[in-house]
Design a protein around this ligand. Structure first.
Ligand code: ZN
Length: 73
């Protein structure tokens, strides 16, 4: 049974890694000049956001053409 469980673990790890982008949450501002996404919702890049701060997945943020905030590289 042991190799079986090991295989499940390995498959689970590969799955998690390759789908990481889909399930990682990031924060965005929807103001007219916002083109970035943020891992930290308290980031200073979000402090002057004129709209609410929205939580989206990293893949959604990338589909919106967002790039990583310059304060968080
Ligand atoms: Zn930021």
């Amino acid at each position: 049974m042991k190799p079986f469980f090991l295989a499940i673990l390995v498959i689970g790890f590969v799955f998690t890694t390759s789908f990481n982008t889909t399930f990682t949450d990031v924060y965005i501002c929807k103001g007219p000049y916002s083109k970035k996404y943020h891992y930290d919702k308290d980031c200073r890049g979000l402090s002057n956001c004129s709209t609410s701060i929205y939580k989206v997945t990293l893949s959604d943020a990338k589909q919106m053409g967002r790039t990583l905030c310059g304060h968080e590289d």
